[in-house]
Every structure is written in C-alpha cells, then in structure tokens.
Design a protein around this ligand. Sequence first.
Ligand code: FMN
Length: 171
Amino acid sequence: MVKAIVLYNSRGGNTKQVAMKIAEGLGVECRNNKKIPDLKEYDLIVVGSWVIMGRISFAGARFLRKLRRKSIEGKKISLFFTSGGPDEIHPFTERKGNPRKIKEIMFETMEEILNKKNLVTILPDRYYCKGAIRLTKHGEVKDNVGHPTEEELAQAKTFGEQLKKQFETSG
Ligand SMILES: Cc1cc2nc3c(=O)[nH]c(=O)nc-3n(C[C@H](O)[C@H](O)[C@H](O)COP(=O)(O)O)c2cc1C
C-alpha cells in the first residue's frame, strides 16, 4: 500500500474539498496546514494551496516553507491548487509585461519553495481546479461561484486514484 498523505491550506473551503477528494482516491489521510504530522513515514506527499492576486496565498507560501522543516527530504511530492479564474494569461502579469498563465505561476512557485534545497522530487503529476470568481462592486473578490463542481471533484478523486495506481505499480 502506498504511504501517502494529502496536505493543504484553504481559506474558503475549495482547496479543502479538492484535497479530501484526492485523499479519497488515494485512500489516505488528509490534513490541513495546522495539523501536519511528522512526514518521515510517508513516500508520497500531495500538497495543495490556492491563488490570491495572481500568486500563491501568503498563508500558502508559509505552509510550504513550514513543510520544508518537516522531514520531507527524499520524498516524492505531487502538487495541486485551486483558483478563481481560468487558466488564461493573468491580467497582473500582462500589466507587468511578463504575460503568464496562473498554472505556470503557481506550480513553479510551489516547486521553488518546496524544492529550494533540491531535497525532494516534484512529480509531473499535478492537479488544478479553476474557478468562477465573483467580484463585489468595488472589485474585491466576493466568492468563487459553483466551483469545485461535481465533475471537478470527481476528477480530483480520479487524480488520487491514478497516483495510487502509479505508486503500487512502481513499488
Ligand atoms: C482575496 C482573494 C483574491 C483572489 N485572487 C485571485 C486571483 O488573482 N486569481 C485567481 O485565479 N483566483 C483568485 N482568488 C480565488 C481563489 O484562489 C479561489 O477562490 C480558491 O479556490 C480559494 O481557495 P479556498 O476556498 O481553499 O480558500 C482570490 C480569492 C480571494 C479570497
């Protein structure tokens, strides 16, 4: 059996929902950033966070830095995140003259933080759940309507199942 765990940080619950589905697919435990156990016994750590203002949330970045102090050396890590927008060029990056998609920004940042010292293997297997953000009349984020959808949650579960299968076959 694969020794894996799903860890996430979430403010509004979207990332938590996705994390729980991935964990269900893998058949393993799921914990938030406040309840991270010693990670020595795990082979695979699935890590999730979310987007704010076109980048990883501050709490998310803090959570990933905290993980670096939790015996992650030699582990395999799979990444996922949720966001409020589609995977299109993010307007902030366009304004700064360096147009980039949120998926690139997020996975790259997460990898940079977690693998700062080149101690872990970041797997190519990753999951991303887009959103449908609703803004207040002042342009502030109000909520993320309707996401994750049932379909996206089913995909998250499938993602977990595929990871499990992959680890079982590779030993
Ligand atoms: C203050 C705030 C700013 C956000 N900014 C962005 C953004 O720039 N781009 C984006 O795609 N999503 C943005 N989002 C949407 C969140 O990334 C999305 O709703 C995510 O699923 C939240 O995860 P959570 O429910 O686990 O906290 C923002 C959300 C909040 C609350």
